[in-house]
Write a protein that binds this ligand. Structure first.
Ligand code: G3P
Length: 218
């Protein structure tokens, strides 16, 4: 399973890259706003630092506007065209934009997906990625991971090329379940990546080895 970092914070993305845990990055307007930096500056840094796909959100509400934004992203970085994925919301206008982007060879990531049938629509429209938001479903007492299982099955049934990004991940169990189900990608906040390291026996083992190491005669 690929690990994408769900962040626009360049410092934490650099840390994830240095650990080999950053196969790509996903951003959204909320994450970019949190940095306090202009979107264009964030994009420039992401193009330089991230070794794989970078998702950038279009914010227009109609298909023409979304396609213009998508052309703008790839036009600004023609050498990185293959690594740019334009995030487009799961709306009828959004799917028109996805189809047109697919025809122009622009990668897309359909976002704000909350049901398996929405994911089916995204695949039929020609999306490169689909992003079901599992944490936000859990927040309203609806099993988020169940839709990942359903989408994997539907895409397998019909051999869709669209890859599944498990998004809105909140804790390590979401990562574990994504991997067990066989999702293509999990986009993970860096704070959750760090939690994946945690085990008291690891800490205890290190402390014991250090203690014993200090007893070894010179
Ligand atoms: O990037 C989209 C998604 O991962 C958002 O997560 O935590 O705002 O529901 P969250």
């Amino acid at each position: 399973m690929k690990f994408f970092i769900d962040s626009a914070d360049i410092q934490e993305i650099k840390k994830a890259v240095s650990m080999g845990f950053c196969d790509g990055v996903t951003t959204n307007p909320s994450l970019v706003a949190r940095t306090g930096r202009p979107f264009k500056d964030v994009i420039r840094d992401l193009m330089e630092i991230v070794p794989g796909p970078v998702s950038l959100e279009a914010v227009s509400e109609n298909a023409d506007g979304m396609v213009e934004e998508a052309r703008g992203f790839v036009g600004d970085y023609p050498d990185h065209r293959d690594k740019i994925f334009v995030k487009i919301p799961m709306t009828p206008e959004g799917m028109v934009a996805v189809r047109r982007c697919a025809d122009e060879g622009i990668n897309t990531n359909v976002t704000l997906v909350f049901t398996a049938t929405q994911a089916l629509l995204a695949a039929k429209a020609g999306a490169s990625y689909v992003s079901p938001f599992i944490g936000r479903l859990d927040d309203i007492s609806t099993g988020g991971m169940q839709i990942i299982e359903d989408i994997v099955r539907i895409y397998d049934n019909y051999d869709y090329d669209t890859e599944i990004i498990v998004a809105s991940i909140r804790h390590p169990m979401h990562v574990l379940e994504s991997a067990l189900i066989g999702a293509d990608i999990a986009t993970i906040p860096f704070s959750v990546v760090l939690k994946l390291f945690n085990h008291p026996l690891t800490d205890k083992g290190i402390a014991k080895f250090l203690e014993d190491n200090s007893k070894i005669p010179e």
